[in-house]
Design a protein around this ligand. Structure first.
Ligand code: CU
Length: 149
């Protein structure tokens, strides 16, 4: 068992080295995507996600698409006193070697004109396009309506 674990660790290490051979290759890792279940007949949904730019060059999130909504775009939440408002972010900056977290209360992906309600426990596809990195297709998990993670 110990040998197997060691062999596996070696393979993983070799794989990591192989990808590190191309330090200039633009690459964005997309982690823990989830959405909130949509309330009743509401036509809007929200997706949270973590985007890690693994390249030495800055990149940008250039496009978002999903079959579940007519439009998907990044929003930021602004708090001024008691007023909370949202506004679209034209193209989200992804600084080199940094992770940008879209979390409740801050940045989020807004889904507009949902084609069907987002139901807890279901999963839907989404594709993210970047200025430099190759696009990434993910599966977004739908969590409870009031979920915070
Ligand atoms: Cu929004």
């Amino acid at each position: 068992m110990r040998f197997l674990a060691l062999a596996l660790a070696t393979i993983l290490l070799l794989a990591a080295c192989a990808s590190a051979d191309e330090p200039d290759a633009a690459k964005v890792e997309v982690e823990s995507p989830w959405a909130r279940a949509s309330a009743g007949q509401t036509a809007a949904g929200v997706v949270y996600i973590r985007l890690s730019n693994r390249a030495a060059e800055p990149d940008r999130l250039a496009s978002l698409s999903t079959p579940v909504a007519e439009k998907a775009s990044v929003h930021e939440t602004k708090r001024e006193g008691d007023m909370v408002s949202m506004r679209p972010v034209a193209s989200l900056a992804l600084p080199a070697n940094e992770t940008v977290a879209l979390e409740p209360g801050g940045l989020h992906i807004m889904l507009m004109r949902l084609r069907a309600p987002l139901v807890e426990g279901e999963v839907f596809p989404m594709t993210l396009g970047f200025e430099k990195a190759p696009s990434v297709s993910i599966q977004v998990e739908v969590h409870a309506l009031g979920a915070s993670h």
